[in-house]
Design a protein around this ligand. Structure first.
Ligand code: SF4
Length: 225
């Protein structure tokens, strides 16, 4: 999907397909509640059953890395989250992440976990999904990513059912995930009762972080919030 603009500007002239850039509160992860600029890249090779950003599968507009930085700067916030879609599906995503770090931002990346994260700038906090069976995409988990995780990263598992929760427990134990980085467990809205998931976590004394999507509580499914 990457398009390369000819010219002397190197990495800053690489172009990306952008769905939207907007300022909001971070709705998930250990950064929840922080005012953040979101850079949403277009396109995703997965089709999770409960995906809430299907509008990012297509369309958008082309911007150079420099133009994205200019738009991010306009919002004058310290935290930037690069998300999607699946941002790593665009080859210029790495250049964007590095440019944002070089510009002094605190940068996070939300990724499906289906693509290799090893080349991502180490200054970036990688929020890596581990897709549970209820997503329909469990076979897409790129498991070598697990050995790439550092305490600076996070694993997010979205759960649609009791079966998903049991699967998550097994994965957390098998891969010793909570010893590697923060682990976030989220219920699929409308499919798994949040209080039920909270009860299971407390009952099982899991060393994970329960999370709800703050932006949905505040603004429901409004786009660009
Ligand atoms: S990886 Fe993310 S953007 Fe892609 S289908 Fe799944 S939830 Fe949607």
């Amino acid at each position: 999907m990457v398009e390369v603009s000819a010219g002397p500007c190197g990495q800053m002239a690489l172009t990306l397909r952008i769905s939207e850039i907007f300022a909001s509160l971070q709705g998930e992860s250990t950064r929840v509640g922080l005012p953040t600029v979101f850079v949403r890249l277009t396109g995703c090779p997965l089709r999770c059953t409960w995906c809430d950003t299907t509008y990012a599968f297509r369309d958008g507009h082309s911007l150079t890395v420099q133009a994205v930085l200019d738009e991010v700067a306009r919002h004058a916030l310290h935290h930037v989250c690069v998300t999607g879609g699946e941002p790593l599906a665009q080859a210029a995503c790495g250049a964007l992440l590095t440019a944002l770090c070089d510009a002094g931002y605190s940068v996070s990346l939300e990724t499906s976990g289906a693509l290799d994260i090893s080349a991502v700038d180490p200054r970036v906090s990688r929020i890596v999904d581990l897709k549970a069976p209820g997503s329909g995409e469990v076979s897409r988990n790129h498991l070598p990513n697990i050995d790439q995780l550092t305490p600076h990263d996070e694993v997010k598992i979205v759960l649609a059912s009791a079966a998903d929760y049991q699967w998550a427990r097994e994965q957390i134990a098998h891969w010793r995930l909570t010893g590697r980085c923060p682990v976030l467990l989220s219920p699929v809205s409308g499919e798994l009762e949040p209080g039920q998931l909270a009860d299971w976590i407390v009952r099982d004394k899991l060393a994970v972080r329960f999370q709800l999507q703050l932006h949905k509580i505040l603004w429901h499914d409004a786009r660009g919030r």
